[in-house]
Design a protein around this ligand. Structure first.
Ligand SMILES: [Fe+2]
Ligand SMILES: [Fe+2]
Length: 193
């Protein structure tokens, strides 16, 4: 799915479903970070008009996801926990090349975002297929569709703005790197844990 080289083990979904308060709180912050990341990209590259338009839309959708997940937390009588570091995302961020040139940074940032969308999408699909709570399973199914669309947007933008970089080749490098990162995870009831 989406070129990912390692599927998430079903044991992660079991862990997530049985620690729902922790999962939802972490998930809410993942959506918050996705919105923030899209807005940050706009600050870094204000001159890329089509990207600014598309990422404004992505940011709004991510914030809406945050609102929806927060609502699910509140409905259950729980509260949003404290935001915690996302080690998986921080490891992926190290693969983004800085200081070479503007194009390299742009393309790597777009592929970094696409990578997180792809993995999140894969995990949402797994939750949609395994969670017993039908309403929650349907919610994750809808989010899976939305994140797949975001993945497509980031890849499309990378291809649009790349002039010297072979995006397909760089994406393959991202996929291989992501495999080496994600194989250390899958043991925590967090979205990328
Ligand atoms: Fe989202
Ligand atoms: Fe997304």
């Amino acid at each position: 799915m989406l070129g990912l080289q390692l599927a998430t083990d079903a044991r992660w979904a079991y862990l997530a479903e049985h620690n729902l308060a922790e999962l939802l709180s972490d998930h809410a912050f993942c959506e918050h970070k996705a919105a923030t990341n899209a807005l940050t990209m706009i600050v870094h590259f204000p001159e890329l008009t089509e990207m600014v338009e598309m990422l404004s839309q992505v940011a709004m959708e991510e914030l809406e996801h945050f609102r929806q997940v927060h609502q699910l937390i509140a409905e259950r009588g729980w509260r949003l926990g404290n935001d915690k570091k996302d080690h998986y995302v921080n490891e992926l961020l190290k693969f983004v090349r800085k200081g070479i040139n503007r194009e390299t940074y742009l393309i790597d940032r777009l592929l970094f975002a696409a990578m997180i969308e792809a993995r999140s999408c894969e995990r949402f699909k797994l939750l949609a297929n395994t969670i017993q709570d039908k309403a929650l399973a349907e919610f994750y199914h809808q989010l899976m569709i939305s994140e797949a669309n975001h993945y497509t947007i980031f890849i499309k933008l990378a291809k649009k703005y790349a002039t010297t970089i072979d995006v397909d080749h760089r994406w393959c490098e991202f996929l291989a790197f992501e495999k080496s990162v994600v194989e250390k995870y899958g043991n925590e009831p967090t979205m990328h844990g």
